[in-house]
Design a protein around this ligand. Sequence first.
Ligand code: NDP
Length: 484
Amino acid sequence: MKQFLNFINGEFVATGRTFEKRAPANNQVIGQVHEAGQAEVDAAVAAGRAALKGEWGRMSVVRRAELLHAVADEINRRFDEFLAAELADTGKPHSLASHIDIPRGAANFKVFADIVKNVPTESFQMTTPDGGTAISYAARSPLGVIGVICPWNLPLLLMTWKVGPALACGNTVIVKPSEETPATATLLGEVMNAVGIPKGVYQVLHGFGPGSAGEFITRHPGINGITFTGETRTGEAIMAAAAKGVRPVSFELGGKNAGIVFADADFDKAVAGITRSAFENCGQVCLGTERVYVQRPIFEKFVQALKDKAESLKIGPSELPGVGLGPLISAEHKAKVLGYYAQAVEQGATVVTGGGVPDMPGEYAQGHFVQPTIWTGLPETASVIREEIFGPCCHIAPFDTEEEAIALANATDYGLATTVWTQNLGTAHRVANAIEVGLCWVNSWFLRDLRTAFGGAKASGIGREGGVHSLEFYTETKNIMIRL
Ligand code: NDP
């Protein structure tokens, strides 16, 4: 049986307190995860602090960048192992993990190493009150030991999205992967050792959130900042923990994202785009679309076309050729999603397609598969329109005017992402500016330039990461003023 160990100060550490990791596709136990307690958290924090004072703390930016490039190269060299680990943990389609999760996971190290090497700080010259001259310049130093708390939906990608910039800026990190996806974070420990990243720079602690490794990390006074991706409710708990010591947080939280399709959109592209944004990764993407608003002249045609697309998705395990929809991550999450499927019906939805569990052959009948599901006819107060489900489902409602579409999209506490489909440039710019989100895609979805800001407005996050924006969180900027 595979053992997922903690990675502390360059060594893999068993604790003897284990919990099971099960495969989402057939619910079979695939490994034992060793839960870290307070003692392991204390040890990791001490090692992280020591590394800041040692070779890592003294290392030049150029050398750090070289090492991070080596990390990316080593992930790519062991691509198949990372892919197999991610597929086993998540059950997602092979095509998705091989095109997005693993390559982007490796790319995150290169992109941020290059940014840190090349981005200047500001400098000003001023005249002093007595007519003299002074110059100021900014210098960046690392924040310290960073707690990195991660979700299960894109495990390697979302973890390295934080670890890449944190290390590039000279910090050390303690990663707490989701209890559902321990594998790739652990494997990355081997990569760190192989390329010569000093001990204590990258560490991994397994466990749960409350009362376990997650909470112990966020409460530890030796942690200088916390970067977290996950549910908004969890973010509230972490923010309360971070208040002690006034430690900074960077949060990428939940969403209830709208898709807006205007009648002048390229119809086929809009249908393909919303199919992806609603159903990719079995709907377990924070940026996914669970509320679709379609302009009335094309409403019926759009609903029919999205229904056809949903029903054409092949449901199955990762290795099935052509599979488009894998399982949900866990039995618990499946129960949550099916709970929403039931609520939609109770609240009067028309079920356009799906709404239940597909018939799966053999061992996959034990897996966490659900049908892609589309509803119409619900009032905007319905729970499946208000609350984040994180499943392969969406509600579609008609709208008449641009103003109405904007108001509908903004009528939520969340503010993560929107996808807008129109061929009118004026409409695109007006709507993109009026939508209260951190990310607005026009005629696209999940298209990312890693140099750009990523994050959510309203209850969907605090701060932005990506490109130079990551430096704002992962460094302390000091102003140095010199009177000449
Ligand atoms: P959770 O918030 O449940 O968990 C995220 C991580 O936080 C896990 O490692 C979890 O541990 C840990 N955790 C839970 N409670 C605490 C606590 N009190 N203190 C410290 N750590 C804690 O999110 P999910 O893993 O369920 O991921 C899905 C959510 O993530 C969705 O809401 C989704 O929208 C959001 N998300 C947001 C993204 C964004 O960029 N905005 C991107 C991807 C996902 P464990 O679960 O192991 O117990």
